[in-house]
Design a binder for this molecule. Structure first.
Ligand code: ATP
Ligand code: MG
Length: 457
């Protein structure tokens, strides 16, 4: 029995072919194949969810979900290229090379898409049972996500008022918002993410409970939160997602330490984080590769520098303080949002390399330029210069260093001086470099006579 007895529209809306913009030529041929084959097999078949929503708003769906009254086993009998996945929550995947069309049987009850379910403290952890198309509609999250397109007459079927909401570009939860968020708190993040992605507003009724219920995200699986973060931050709408999280009080639920440190660090640091988000969005738009490591490095940077200052104040050696600060921030953050090791390692490297930009001895400069993570670290240095304009000469030096011929660069640089304590250990940053990182501005390094920018001509 479902906790939210949501009633559907008294009269389902049938949006006829000439009343909506969805055309078959915009739909993946493989999705159409699946829709037709199911129908020929005597089953109901609909395109549903994000794809219908995206097609209605002129977007390009990134994947296609099909809903049917055929059971997964019946679906399998219709398609040779079909495999059943999930044990308790059975789904059929129809596989065409790299494209997978997901076919799900109409289900009753709400579904958070995670697999196991049963209501526990209002949270959904129970197995689903098959149901009617109306049942299937009301278990979905937003009305805009519960529209069904059929090749029977090319109409859109609407049981919850989603068509009108899409016209008005508004995200509205199906049923009682607080109940639906309690069942699955990740829906709060989905609201922010989809609003950012689609440029939709969040209906006041759906927005109101979010700040009150934000803490429920503590109970969400960290791996699922990581997946949501990837979708929020690496698909071209990172800045809007961040601002949405901030505006609706969800930022501390995902990044507790970073949110606090960010608030303390003030406006220039926030500008740096926003610039990182913006540049990620730009890269996505240009179809260049993006990594969560860079973005997380920026987002968690204020927390890292704060930790490091505290450790330096305790008298720790800068190299040790850097490492320890990074470890602490990562450990803390990973308790909330899973942080796969390959990303946390990359992020840590970006941070630790910052200390080495102050070093200008010939050997060190060349070693840093050859570092596999140099480019990311340099891009990060550029970001930091937004927060701290004093870093501009460093940015210029390293920008030049990447383009001038090696011999020319070598001539301008002094060889490593022997006998200096920090030099004895090849990869340890010289004492004093840690201070260049933290908001404490004292830079004890001596500048070499004008290496930066001089090879300009
Ligand atoms: P996008 O693919 O653009 O990220 P989407 O809406 O397609 O957005 P999916 O995660 O692919 O998101 O989910 C497909 C559909 O499944 C949704 O449109 C919605 O109908 C339903 N759904 C997904 N997550 C939930 C949830 N947490 N609660 C209820 N329904 C959900
Ligand atoms: Mg989808």
């Amino acid at each position: 029995m479902s906790s939210n007895a949501i009633s559907t529209l008294s009269q389902p809306v049938h949006v006829a072919r000439d009343q909506h913009p969805i055309s078959r030529k915009d739909i993946s041929p493989n999705a159409l194949r699946v829709l037709y084959r199911l129908r020929e097999g005597g089953y109901a078949s609909y395109l549903v969810g994000g794809a219908v929503r995206d097609l209605l708003t002129g977007g390009q769906p990134k994947d296609y979900d099909v809903a049917t009254d055929a059971t997964p086993e019946q679906v399998k009998q219709l398609f040779r290229n079909c495999r059943l996945i999930g044990r308790r929550f059975r789904l059929a995947h129809v596989v065409y090379g790299r494209e997978i069309i997901e076919v799900a049987t109409f289900r009753a009850n709400t579904d958070d898409g995670t697999g196991d379910r049963e209501l526990e403290d209002g949270r959904l952890v129970r197995d689903n049972v098959y149901g009617t198309i109306e049942d299937d509609a009301v278990r979905r999250d937003f009305t805009a996500n519960a529209l069904y397109y059929t090749v029977e007459d090319f109409s859109v079927r609407d049981f919850v008022g989603g068509f009108e909401d899409v016209q008005n570009r508004v995200l509205r939860l199906i049923g009682d918002p607080e109940t639906r968020y309690r069942e699955d708190p990740v829906r709060m993040l989905r609201a922010i993410r989809l609003a950012a992605k689609l440029g939709f507003s969040i209906a006041p009724s759906a927005a109101e409970p979010i700040p009150r219920l934000a803490a429920l995200l503590d109970g969400a699986a960290s791996a699922r939160l990581f997946d949501e973060c990837l979708k929020m931050f690496l698909t071209g709408h990172a800045e809007r997602s961040f601002l949405g999280l901030e505006a609706h009080g969800l930022l501390p639920a995902l990044f507790p330490q970073a949110t606090q440190a960010l608030a303390r660090a003030g406006e220039p640091t926030r500008a740096m984080v926003l610039a990182a988000l913006e540049s990620t969005d730009r890269r996505v738009a240009e179809e260049r590769p993006v990594t969560p490591a860079f973005l997380l490095a920026a987002l968690l940077w204020p927390a890292y520098t704060e930790e490091m200052q505290a450790l330096l104040a305790q008298g720790l050696d800068p190299a040790v303080a850097q490492q320890r600060a990074a470890d602490r921030v990562i450990l803390h953050q990973a308790q909330r949002v899973a942080l796969p090791r390959r990303f946390s390692l990359a992020m840590e490297e970006i941070w630790l390399l910052q200390a080495r930009f102050g070093q200008r001895q010939r050997k060190r400069v060349f070693r840093l330029l050859a570092h596999p993570r140099f480019r990311a670290a340099y891009d990060f240095l550029e970001l930091r210069a937004i927060q701290d304009p004093e870093l501009q000469p460093e940015v210029e030096f390293w920008r030049e260093a990447q383009i001038v011929p090696a011999e020319q660069l070598a001539e301008k640089l002094a060889p490593v001086r022997k006998g200096r304590k920090a030099v004895a250990e090849p990869d340890a940053p010289p004492v004093g470099d840690g201070s260049a990182l933290a908001p404490v501005k004292k830079r004890r390094r001596r500048r070499r006579p004008r290496p930066a920018g001089s090879p300009e001509t």
